[in-house]
Ligand binder design. Structure first.
Ligand code: NAD
Length: 374
């Protein structure tokens, strides 16, 4: 029995009742725990090819059931490599007929940022649960539209924030939450890499990316500032730096931003397409913690002011992330990266761009605990 047959039988066997039920599968609660969700990847670029599809060979609660691609040559390759039936292969035009496909439970949108909203909304309207890659979209308005579509269709929505399922990141959250070193006073988070590839790539084209370093890597630094303090910022002031305007014609190259938090703590973030930066630091009344590296595919590494080295076994972050989302759908476990979190981060990105446009002016943020998953 090959992987697809096995997965299919696991699905249909364990949740056989669902075949005769008018209830959506996701409403069956704990009956669903042995069931594997079928995921369809939309967009078969680098992230799908080298991270998500391999991770889906190891996931326990979901499997690669289908693909959606705009490149016909990839259809055969993916069908053969992953034993995907032709009926589970779609292109951008016939994608909406996925509504009729019982083997696909979740649509995972892995397209250029400006295409996220359209495909997430189409997936929700087809009755599929949605995972949307980061950044969730290119504007708060689009994030709202995705959230609205998922709520209206009664489907779950998660953002592809792999670090939310990652053990070092979750250890930081625990230390902050339990005030192991007392009150947090300062956070610093850096996320970026030096990019000098094809100048025609979509990440440098604002109409496809929505922005440069900030929307690509900056969202990791924003997330670090938030989980490194356990709070959402109440204001931000930001600056943009350009050293290579010929290459970065359309998108931001490097950005710094300073946050204020409700308890009086402050924070700095730095993001860049010109510098390899990958670090997290939180300072408390009685100590500090550091992750270095903090946001690549791992293994991450961390240490504490008391001399302790953080050590966790390495597992694929993408595997952990997709299994966590599947468990959320199947048995109501917490959604570690809900749409509200993606929207919150986009609100912060918009405030950062506004501050830059207004010469570094301090912009107030009214986020409450929005997007913070306890
Ligand atoms: P990529 O350039 O490697 O792939 C993009 C895919 O979109 C390709 O298959 C391409 O054919 C398709 N596409 C459709 N229309 C397109 C158009 N008009 N222009 C360009 N490509 C088009 O990109 P990627 O690195 O796979 O990134 C895809 C998404 O995944 C982005 O939103 C990115 O932010 C996100 N991503 C997330 C992580 C993470 O760690 N969570 C890592 C990498 C990428």
């Amino acid at each position: 029995m090959n992987r697809r047959e096995f997965s299919h039988k696991t699905v249909r066997g364990a949740a056989g009742a669902a075949l005769f039920s008018t209830l959506p599968l996701s409403s069956l609660g704990c009956q669903n725990q042995d069931r594997k969700l079928g995921i369809a990847l939309v967009g078969l670029g680098a992230y799908s090819t080298y991270q998500l599809a391999p991770a889906l060979q190891d996931t326990q609660h979901c499997y690669l059931a289908g693909v959606v691609t705009g490149t016909p040559a990839k259809e055969q390759q993916w069908m053969q490599r992953y034993d995907i039936p032709k009926a589970n292969v779609y292109n951008y035009e016939n994608f909406d007929s996925i509504v009729n496909n019982e083997e696909i439970d979740v649509v995972y949108v892995v397209l250029p940022n400006a295409m996220h909203a359209e495909f997430c909304i189409r997936a929700a309207e087809a009755g599929k649960h949605v995972i949307c890659e980061k950044p969730m979209a290119v504007s708060v308005k689009e994030c709202d539209a995705i959230i609205h579509a998922c709520n209206k269709a009664g489907v779950k929505l998660g953002v592809g924030y792999r670090l939310q399922s990652e053990p070092y990141t979750n250890e930081i959250k625990r230390i902050v939450r339990e005030k192991t070193f007392g009150e947090v006073r300062f956070v610093s988070a850096e996320a970026g890499y030096r990019s000098r590839g094809n100048p025609e790539q979509w990440r440098l084209n604002k109409s496809l990316s929505g922005g440069g370093a900030l929307l690509n890597m900056g969202v990791y630094a924003i997330q670090g500032a938030i989980y490194g303090t356990g709070q959402n910022p109440i204001s931000v002031s930001a600056q943009e730096f350009s050293t290579d305007p010929d290459y970065f014609k359309d998108t931001d190259e490097s950005i710094t931003a300073q946050f204020k938090f409700p308890n009086g703590a402050t924070g700095n973030i730095f993001t860049s397409h010109s510098a390899n930066v990958n670090r997290h630091y939180s300072a408390f009344d009685n100590g500090w913690l550091e992750l270095n590296p903090a946001n690549n595919y791992g293994p991450l590494a961390g240490r504490l002011s008391n001399g302790q080295e953080l050590k966790f076994a390495h597992e694929s972050q993408q595997k952990l992330q997709m299994d966590d989302f599947a468990k959320h759908v199947l048995s109501g476990e917490p959604n570690r990266a809900p749409g509200e979190m993606g929207k919150r981060d986009m609100m912060i990105c918009e405030a950062i761009y506004q501050s830059i446009a207004e010469g570094g002016k301090t912009i107030s943020l009214d986020l409450g605990r929005m997007g913070i998953v306890e």
